[in-house]
Design a protein around this ligand. Structure first.
Ligand code: F0G
Length: 434
């Protein structure tokens, strides 16, 4: 099947070989995307075959990404694939969260059930496969934590050398620990995410290292599977809204592309509206989309949020994200530190849990229903992007009333659940429990 890298800039649309090592268009500097000549496959045959693969013990069929490989046919040889059985993440109901968000019902697509605990695995299995196909030896990324954990795992599993660059002091220990345990060379740089991305791009070019940030179009291809698996699990009933947190804006680009391609192939009949939620202190995309005319994208120089996963001031994929939000008649919202913390505790009370960035979804939903943008009876899927154990420090501080916003403002433990210190005395404890 014909596949190409194509410039995303509508004024350029230059085409390149799928095996060119490119992250931006050499002609205009625009973002690149993978494009295929899908032909006219029978949508029902595809759906049937994807269901049947769930019964197979073949590694590629067990992967909740590669099961849907017809939707991203960029590889020439499946032997390049490294799978840790990524994807296969559940749809979970959260009645308490629905009530809090002003909805009758809510469904969470919980990407925290992935092998390294975040949605990055969906994309990383594809990026790592492309790295192996290109004969790369070393792979690199800058990360707020989850990309690095995922890249470390997939690179090590696939015999590639992972090099990780992270903002010093600004990623959670859970994520840093993963990178170390999975054997990545880890560099803690005294700079923020956006500055380090520029640095890593120079190093990648100079040393011939393959870059696995979400600017890599193959990462985006893999993350499309989040949308495809979601539809498969819903028997192809399209929700009214899909809500996700926005950082570097790769994920909204991926899900948007996934839904559009599913519609083009006749797998679904309409697009869900996309809602992207940013943390107020790191919300350049929200600011841009609010502005009249949407003419100049302005990066935020010193982004701040305790949801460190989305602490990004200059998101590279904003043009794709803008296209996907506009095409789906979507919206962009921003939420405060307090709103994120409380929404996170509510998701925890559902027995589900997630990391702070993921909880921006529910916080955003609560605002969107209050504003009448999202109807109470809307069919809403919120994507929880990371596992609850990614950032235990945040959780402990919230529940013990010690959490402070980056500017020092105390965050109230409105749904706090403080541990109780008790003597080693059955009578006294029984009294307390009563
Ligand atoms: N949620 C979590 C848990 C994340 O780790 C990220 C991004 C996002 C949301 C935002 O997704 O960037 O596609 O808009 N984390 C990246 C990282 C930047 O380095 O792990 P996005």
């Amino acid at each position: 099947m014909q596949s190409d890298l194509v410039c995303f800039n509508p004024a350029c649309r230059a085409r390149f070989s799928i095996t060119d090592v490119l992250y931006n268009c050499p002609k205009c500097g625009g973002l690149l995307e993978a494009q295929y000549d899908f032909g006219h496959p029978d949508p029902n045959a595809l759906k049937r075959s994807w269901r049947e693969r769930r019964l197979s013990n073949e590694p590629l069929c067990q992967s909740g990404v590669w099961r849907y490989r017809e939707m991203f046919p960029f590889l020439d040889d499946e032997r390049h694939v490294i799978t840790l059985r990524e994807g296969n993440t559940p749809l979970l109901e959260g009645p308490r969260a629905a009530e809090y968000g002003g909805l009758s019902r809510i469904t969470f697509k919980h990407q925290g059930f992935n092998p390294t605990g975040s949605f990055k695995d969906n994309g990383m299995t594809c990026g790592a496969a492309q790295a192996r196909r290109l004969g790369m030896k070393r792979v690199a990324c800058v990360s707020t934590g989850n990309t690095s954990a995922s890249m470390a795992a997939y690179a090590s599993a696939g015999g590639l050398e992972p090099l990780i660059f992270i903002p010093h002091g600004n990623i959670s220990y859970g994520k840093l620990a993963q990178a170390l345990e999975y054997g990545a060379k880890t560099y803690q740089v005294e700079a923020n995410f956006d500055q380090i991305l520029a640095l890593v791009r120079v190093l990648a070019e100079r040393l011939g290292i393959y870059l696995l940030n979400s600017i890599n179009p193959f990462r985006i291809e893999g993350q499309k599977s989040i949308a495809i698996e979601m539809m498969d699990q819903r028997d192809w009933r399209v929700p009214d809204w899909v809500v996700l947190p926005g950082g570097n804006l790769g994920n909204v680009s991926a899900l948007g592309k996934g839904f559009r391609e599913m519609r083009e192939l006749g797998l679904i009949d309409r697009l869900p509206r996309l809602a992207v939620v940013q943390a107020e202190g790191a919300s350049p995309f929200f600011q841009y989309m609010q502005a009249k005319g949407r003419t100049a994208f302005r990066a935020r120089e010193n982004p701040e949020t305790l949801a460190t996963a989305i602490r990004i001031g200059d998101p590279v994929s904003w043009p794709k994200a803008q296209f996907e939000v506009e095409t789906s008649d979507g919206v962009v919202e921003s939420v405060t530190e307090q709103e994120i913390a409380d929404a996170k505790a509510i998701i925890g009370q559902c027995g589900i849990g997630c990391e702070p960035a993921s909880a921006a979804t529910l916080a955003g939903i609560r605002k969107l229903t209050a504003a009448g943008v999202m109807g109470k009876s809307a069919d809403v899927v919120a994507v929880l992007t990371g596992n609850v154990l990614k950032d235990p420090d945040y959780i402990y501080r919230y529940h013990t009333d010690q959490l402070k916003a980056p500017d020092g403002t105390p965050i109230k433990a409105n749904f706090g659940n403080r541990p109780v210190v008790v003597p080693n005395d059955a009578d006294r404890i029984a009294e307390l429990i009563r």
